[in-house]
Design a protein. Structure first.
Length: 267
């Protein structure tokens, strides 16, 4: 595939890194920052451009990887050179109707990836409107499958849902990890040891959850001895409303995705 990324920031780099490892693709990136262009070219061996190509072809795939707030201008400037290229938008919030209006094309797939794509462990939700053909859907899914797992969504609002789960989710996990590392440091462990203890715990717990036949609530119960230490910790989490706060945070995240779409898709 000939793939042109518009925007070479965090998320684009994560996807590019997986595609480069997979090999066999022609990859270019349009990125205004000269520093980032140099880094992308050096790290991944991709073609880094300051401006979009003069003309794209029907066989090209264009991945829109700029901030949602930059999307309209980017689409309007791409429209004259887009030809009939397939467009894959990874931007949060902004819907296909607005993208189609700005691009003058409805050959569009929306994707909500996440940054663990950088290490081949991404989770992506994809949505394509009815008019998008099977080979376009396959190309979009193949790009994301190069960097992790792929889930097709039945409706576009599923993109808002999955943004609150896997799109933003790595940040929730890092927040939990950060909190545990801070406390391990407060208990006197040096930074490197605190990090290893906490990351080892996450790694082990996730591996156990994946390999076990038991559900996660049972796995948690198995750690929690009656009258023991874990029980105290979980009781404090419950008293402080940690679970409710996580769920409320996810709802706020989803609402922001909807709100971004409403604000940014107006004209
Ligand atoms: N970071 C994440 O975890 C995720 C991000 N996304 C979506 O990915 C998109 C990009 O997010 P990030 O990579 O985090 O942002 P970022 O800020 O790291 O990257 C955006 C890049 O676009 C470049 N840019 C600005 N104007 C441009 C233009 N006119 N033409 C080409 N490039 C331009 C910027 O210089 C920057 O390098 C956003 O729409 C976001 O909603 C989706 C899922 C996860
Ligand atoms: O925070 C954001 O808006 C983007 C979308 C999902 C993850 N990062």
């Amino acid at each position: 595939m000939q793939i042109t990324f518009i925007g070479g920031g965090n998320m684009a780099s994560a996807i590019i890194s997986g595609l480069v490892k997979q090999g066999g693709h022609g990859i270019s990136v349009v990125e205004p920052s000269a520093d980032k262009r140099a880094q992308l070219a050096q790290t991944y061996g991709v073609t880094a451009l300051e401006q979009p190509p003069q003309q794209l072809s029907t066989d090209d795939v264009v991945v829109l990887a700029v901030k949602p707030q930059q999307l309209k201008d980017v689409c309007l400037s791409l429209a004259p050179v887009l030809g009939n290229a397939l467009v894959v938008s990874i931007a949060a919030g902004v819907g296909i109707a607005a993208l189609a209006r700005w691009l003058g094309s409805d050959r569009i797939v929306r994707v909500m990836p996440n940054t663990p794509a950088m290490v081949g462990k991404g989770v992506s939700g994809l949505f394509a409107p009815l008019g998008v053909g099977a080979s376009d859907k396959k190309n979009a899914a193949d790009i994301m499958a190069a960097v992790g797992r792929v889930f097709w969504l039945e409706s576009e609002s599923g993109i808002d849902d999955i943004t609150a789960i896997s799109g933003s989710g790595p940040a929730y996990v890092f927040y939990f990890i950060e909190s545990m590392i801070a406390e391990a440091r407060a208990l006197g462990f040096d930074d490197a040891t605190a990090r290893q203890l906490v990351l080892g715990t996450f790694d082990g717990a996730v591996a156990l959850a994946k390999q076990s036949d038991l559900d996660v609530a049972t796995l948690r119960a198995n750690v929690t001895s009656k009258g023991g230490t874990t029980e105290r910790a979980i009781a404090r989490f419950e008293a402080e409303g940690v679970k409710a706060a996580i769920q409320a945070g996810m709802q706020d995240c989803r609402a922001r995705s909807v709100e971004l779409g409403q604000i940014l898709s107006q004209d």
